[in-house]
Write a protein that binds this ligand. Sequence first.
Ligand code: NI
Ligand code: MN
Length: 227
Amino acid sequence: MKFTYYGHSCFSVEIKGKAILFDPFITYNELAKNVNIETIPADYIFISHGHQDHIADAVSIAKRTGATCVANFEVATWLNKNGVEKTLPLNQGGPINFDFGTVRGTNAVHSSGLPDGSYGGNPLGFLFTTEEGNFYFAGDTALTMDMQLIPVWANINFAVLPIGGHFTMDAADALKAAEFTKTNTVIGVHYDTFGFIKIDKSAVTELFKAEGKNILLPAIGETITIN
Ligand code: NI
Ligand code: MN
């Protein structure tokens, strides 16, 4: 599966020829200033929760691409109010069938207020099961026992986990999340963007290596292939 990192928690995967974008936050991310937002493809935009650092560019990208935005009911309704025509609301549960595979909304232990202060519902993670591979994106969350449900539903090829700490799991808890979800491959996100969440990348890499796990930290703008 092709995975492209756009900084913070924003990334895309390509499945069955569909471009699936997650948590677009590029315009206000100093570290992502070399990413050209106008050329990012999207057939779907999945949004884990209402916080600005996950939704800031969702409306503009959805309007340009005509992508369907998938988010919890409150976030989906807010996107409609802000001019996004195609939305699909979900919540914890599923699975929901798409043309690229199925998706479950999973628990995230976090908050979800929208940028204008309106109520953003529950924060979510997403579990994708597809013919081209399975993965789990935790969204913004602390470590939670609920992650032990992931392998009940699917054998995942990789997990996309926040590692910056402070507002979410840090790398040590992401390592435990890798154990809970029974994966050896983690892609780290939600780090270095602002002061609270700066990390030492080499220390994090060593931490995972010592437990026989692999953490991938692609550069912003980089595309990698994960099997
Ligand atoms: Ni958040
Ligand atoms: Mn966040």
